[in-house]
Design a protein around this ligand. Sequence first.
Ligand code: NAD
Ligand code: UFG
Length: 338
Amino acid sequence: MKILVTGGTGYIGSHTVVELLNNGHEVVIVDNLSNSKRTVLKRIFEITGKNVSFIKADITDRKAIDQVFEDHQFDGVINFAGLKAVGESVEKPIEYYYNNIAGMLVLLDAMRAHNCFNLVFSSSATVYGTPKTVPIKEDFPLSTTNPYGTTKLYIEGILRDLYASDKRWNIAILRYFNPIGAHPSGKIGEDPNGIPNNLAPYVLKVLVGKLPIVHVYGNDYDTPDGTGVRDYIHVCDLANGHLLALNKLFQSSGLFTVNLGTGRGYSVLELISAFQAAANKKIPYEIVERRLGDVAVCYADPSYAKELLGFETKFTLNDMCRDAVRWQMENVDGYPNE
Ligand code: NAD
Ligand code: UFG
């Protein structure tokens, strides 16, 4: 099948492209490179021995996106393109709403105009807001606490309205929990701009001496060690979830929403400790104030993804840390510029 992957040079996109290529799909990537580098393409080739077509374009650019659909006949689209920094979204709501929502609308309109109705969308566990209980099921109430999360919630609503209006659409809404790790080859991984907001990339920067110390945001939560608990999922398991979702869309029509997580939560201190073991090195940390907007505990009930897609995670927390450490050690400054 021929798949358009928007945001395909990004962290999750690049790992999914590898998975698609390894499973015989043809891939075209569209990315504006606002948060990724061209070098990723070379690395994807080194891993898979296969080339992908790359078009540098912005998904909000209707003319450019139309041209992509004129030039290629796609069987499906995976939309990873989006801005994702929670704090930045509070500072720049217009940019976030415009990029994520207008971009999605342009893509949907171009897909319809070119008779392509199979879509996989990157949503997030952030749409569950502050969950009342865990594990989190797909039918739990939805709410958000920041503009980034709201873009995901609104897009989910748009996709449901679209499906209600026209049953030619086949749509998979995938709610990711906390992707970490890297491809076991060490050639592709997460390469955030500036100081990372998320825990795993922050710990990795401390590990390679780029940052002095990890700040642990609070140890007075109602959790076994007082620090926040999350469902960390290996990015390669997550990538596989996209392949399974696409296969489902090709086999049967409809709209479905699934959690992609492991079903198991780990605390901040447990994650730091797993990184220390993987790197065989002490990682300095200090407890600081809670971060505004953080929830205490968040982990998935992955049973619907298993039932519907046959999705099961294979990688352990130690695997995630080992692969992330390998990526960071072999790419201390992230991807080089081309
Ligand atoms: P990323 O920033 O590494 O990848 C996103 C890619 O999209 C980047 O390469 C960026 O250059 C590109 N992009 C952004 N806006 C674009 C536009 N208007 N046109 C074309 N390209 C554009 O992020 P990621 O971690 O790989 O996340 C991928 C998707 O998954 C995002 O939609 C994100 O919101 C969602 N998600 C991520 C996480 C996470 O923790 N990483 C969790 C839940 C959901
Ligand atoms: N944390 C620290 N120190 C840090 C960073 C994070 O202690 O420097 C803690 C947080 O308080 C939290 C845990 O580590 O308890 C995980 O935090 P992350 O920032 O790594 O991840 P979040 O769960 O806050 O959010 C991430 C993405 C969201 C997404 C969500 C669910 O940033 O966009 O996962 O997928 F919605």
